[in-house]
Design a protein around this ligand. Structure first.
Ligand SMILES: NC(=O)C1=CN([C@@H]2O[C@H](COP(=O)(O)OP(=O)(O)OC[C@H]3O[C@@H](n4cnc5c(N)ncnc54)[C@H](O)[C@@H]3O)[C@@H](O)[C@H]2O)C=CC1
Length: 313
């Protein structure tokens, strides 16, 4: 029976991987139990497993701009250590990566979905560190690394764009959300389920885009989130990206192509509206969040920023 190791087990995607693998032998190690920057610890942890699902990552996109070494250690060297350990153990490594490995060369008006083999041109430290992690993992274990690039994740077990928008909308204040960055909101459950389907199909190497079908902007997604919660979608207003407003640049075009799935004989993730509708019902996002009442003497807190750009990626 296949034995699975999940790294970064405290994270959002890891939770749903554990749920999908609930009836199989799984070791799930949180950061305190396995630090993927430690090559010896990686070797010891991978030993005895057939599949390594690496969800561990330095995911603070803006903070990475100020601490590139930390991002590199976790996102570039970590996957390399795990790939080496997987090669020694005869295991497959699934390395989760990001849409932010792209973004450097899409002139407006010339957008098409990024193919799996499109050149990597990140525009942030985080994206560069993840791109380097892809390269190092594949070089270390060419026959046994699957790169699964995902994006715009939301799920039941973590903070995300969905939780931020729900909390802001529940205050009744209007929300300005960027309408010029395109992508694919993706449920962690679907990423987990499709990844395991890929492995069950016998795939041991390759690149897939583990993002939902379709496309929207952060504004479009925010409206869907607010509508699902039974709140007024008109609260969400379209805004333009303010250059330099955040430490790390965001790609304006993060729509990933899904042809790789057909080549491997496995169906891709479903379109984002259907996935979000099911997620909202399953997670309890069809009701507005309960916001703590403000003390009678204190005025309501103003929004902390004029717009809500995209969350992490
Ligand atoms: N959240 C998103 O929107 C997106 C996430 N991704 C990628 O998907 C994967 C999973 O993301 P999430 O579950 O959202 O991340 P998360 O931030 O919820 O979980 C990541 C986990 O990694 C752990 N971690 C950090 N440094 C570590 C280290 N040195 N050793 C071991 N564990 C460490 C953290 O403690 C955390 O529990 C990551 O590879 C991320 O880069 C890609 C695109 C979008």
């Amino acid at each position: 029976m296949t034995r699975y190791l999940i790294t970064g087990a405290g994270g959002m995607l890891a939770h749903d991987l554990r749920a999908v693998l609930a009836d199989r032998p799984v070791t799930a190690l949180a950061r305190a139990e396995l630090d993927i920057t430690d090559p010896e610890a990686c070797r010891a942890a991978v030993h005895g497993h057939d599949v390594v699902l690496n969800t561990a990552a330095y995911t603070a996109v803006d903070a990475a701009e100020h601490d590139p070494e930390a991002a590199h250690r976790v996102n570039a060297l970590g996957p390399q250590h795990l790939a080496r350990a997987a090669a020694e153990a005869g295991a497959v490594l699934v390395q989760y990566s990001t849409d932010y490995v792209f973004g450097g060369d899409t002139p407006p008006g010339n957008e098409h979905p990024w193919a799996e083999d499109a050149p990597l041109r990140p525009i942030s430290v985080y994206g560069s560190s993840k791109a380097e992690g892809e390269r190092r993992a594949r070089a270390e274990h060419p026959e046994g690394v699957i790169i699964a690039r995902t994006a715009w994740l939301y799920g039941a077990h973590g903070r995300s764009f969905v939780t931020a928008i729900r909390e802001r909308a529940a205050t009744g204040e209007p929300l300005d959300v960027v309408d010029d960055q395109w992508g694919q909101p993706t449920w962690t459950h679907d990423v987990a389920e499709r990844t395991i389907a890929l492995l069950d199909h016998g795939v041991r190497a390759g690149i897939v885009h583990a993002t939902a079908g379709g496309r929207t902007t952060w504004f479009g997604f925010a409206r869907a989130i607010v509508a699902a919660a039974g709140l007024d979608p008109a609260l969400v207003r379209p805004a333009a990206t303010v250059p330099g407003a955040r430490a790390a640049a965001r790609p304006h075009w993060s729509v990933l192509g899904h042809d790789g799935w057909a080549r491997l004989g496995v169906a891709p993730l479903r379109p984002w509206p259907a996935a979000f509708a099911e997620a909202a019902a399953a997670i309890g996002w069809t009701d507005p969040p309960v916001v703590a009442p403000h003390p009678a003497t204190a005025p309501p807190a103003p929004p902390t920023s004029p717009s809500i750009p995209g969350a992490s990626s």
